[in-house]
Ligand binder design. Structure first.
Ligand SMILES: [Fe+2]
Ligand SMILES: [Fe+2]
Length: 246
């Protein structure tokens, strides 16, 4: 296994970020974050690729027994989001549920696994006990027809999947408004965003949820002014869209 560097941080009350920096990916390295919401019914958001599984279980195991995890959830079907699903299913509770948006469940999810799948419609509230998460469908944001996010309502933490993806080694959490520029610089390299008129609208909808923390999947999470940052990102992408028009 090539070198990697993993950090474990509680980014909001009961929400733990397992952040693995992979220096060998691309020119500057790349981070994959998992989020564990510890509650009566513990939920893991982003299951990671298979090759990180052993490392992930070591760090998740510092927060909770793996055999206590009740929900395995992810934003959209892609290797970093759900590649290790079959491996997790061997270790978590027998009555664990695989949780995803209804588009993923309908078109892909039930083919990924024979395990029961819980399909979330937009706005669905999943009670975890002293925590609760609400599904926000975000088709094609940043990419993937099936994409969606979770808002943990008691801490007002938006698990925003690939939005604000950054390259290079970053701190686990930042309050720097530079996160907008970091995300746009990453997009210049990766071109992973579906830049459509819907992108602007969806980012503004996320801004109006007024999260206190953005749990970012790739790079630093953000605990600055989330509404402002989402507005700035929305405007920057609108500008890019307009520049692409003939
Ligand atoms: Fe993705
Ligand atoms: Fe991702």
């Amino acid at each position: 296994m090539p070198t990697m560097n993993t950090n474990l941080d509680e980014i909001a009350d009961g929400i733990f970020q397992i952040s693995t920096f992979l220096p060998y990916v691309g020119e500057r390295g790349f981070t994959i974050n998992q989020f564990l919401i510890r509650s009566d019914e513990t939920l893991l958001f982003h299951l990671g690729p298979r090759r990180l599984f052993e490392n992930m279980t070591e760090f998740v195991g510092r927060v909770t027994k793996i055999s206590r995890i009740r929900f395995l959830a992810f934003s959209h079907v892609e290797a970093d989001e759900c590649g290790a699903l079959p491996l997790w299913l061997k270790e978590v509770r027998r009555d664990a549920e695989v949780v995803m948006g209804d588009v993923a469940a309908t078109w892909t999810g039930t083919d990924l696994t024979d395990h029961p799948v819980t399909a979330l419609r937009n706005g669905y509230l999943l009670e975890l006990g002293d925590k609760r998460v609400r599904w926000k469908a975000t088709p094609h944001v940043l990419h993937g027809w099936d994409a969606g996010m979770l808002l943990e309502e008691t801490t007002n933490t938006l698990l925003c999947a690939d939005v604000f993806t950054q390259l290079g080694e970053r701190p686990p959490v930042t309050d720097s408004a530079d996160i907008v520029e970091w995300a746009l610089a990453a997009e210049d390299v990766m071109q992973s965003t579906a830049i459509t008129p819907a992108l602007h609208t969806t980012l503004l909808e996320l801004a109006e949820m007024r999260p206190d923390t953005l749990a970012v999947m790739h790079g630093a999470s953000y605990n600055g002014d989330c509404r402002d940052a989402l507005h700035a990102l929305a405007e920057a992408y609108l500008h890019r869209l307009e520049n692409q028009m003939p």
